[in-house]
Write a protein that binds this ligand. Structure first.
Ligand SMILES: Cc1ncc(COP(=O)(O)O)c(C=O)c1O
Length: 179
């Protein structure tokens, strides 16, 4: 499939939610990306901060290949050797004792943070920073600042307030359930 065909096909079927650059990527190596016509680009996006591993590093490819021949999926209702090792390694890298919630996206992590906070404190109010972006699910969106993301979806989750980032006095004034 050439780039024109890839772009036309995606344009026909995609939700349209994501503004796209007019290039179609079919491969990568290290910090480089390739389109169907063999043009090379330097990848300055870096997995949008979530998977900045470069492209096709031999060690990562080998690990994925090995695991894919053994087990592709194991929900958390079972224990799993690789997940156990990963959790232990991640916990060891943290500067404090921790339990770890694994999830699929930033918004899901924010949703979990909101729910953990409400469940543990039994207090409903969430204070977020002005100009912050936290995701597009309803809870994360309620913490997100910019109205272009929020307005199409009001009413959002109640009890969210925003203060200027770094403004300790404002934070104290808006603090959860202060009388
Ligand atoms: C700071 C921050 N939080 C949350 C999110 C939402 O992450 P996701 O798009 O994986 O749901 C983003 C995404 O850009 C982000 O930059």
């Amino acid at each position: 499939m050439d780039s024109r065909h890839i772009i036309a096909t995606e344009q026909q079927y995609t939700s349209g939610l994501y503004p796209k650059r007019n290039i179609a990527i079919i491969g990568g190596a290290g910090a480089r990306l390739f389109d169907a016509e063999g043009r090379t680009f330097i990848d300055c996006v870096g997995g949008q901060g979530a998977a900045n591993l470069g492209h096709n590093h031999p060690a990562i490819v080998a690990a994925i290949q090995a695991q894919s021949t053994r087990l592709l999926n194991c929900p958390e209702i079972f224990y799993n050797d690789e997940r156990a090792a990963y959790l232990a390694e991640l916990a060891a890298a943290l500067p404090f004792p921790a339990r770890i919630f694994l999830c699929n996206s930033g918004a899901e992590a924010v949703e979990a943070g909101i729910k953990f906070a409400r469940m543990l404190t039994r207090r409903p109010k969430i204070v977020a920073a002005m100009r912050g972006f936290h995701g597009r699910t309803m809870g994360a969106l309620s913490a997100t600042w910019e109205s272009k993301y929020r307005e199409p979806f009001v009413p959002l989750v109640p009890e969210f307030v925003h203060v200027a980032y770094g403004d300790g006095a404002a934070l104290a004034g808006k603090g959860p359930n202060r009388g």
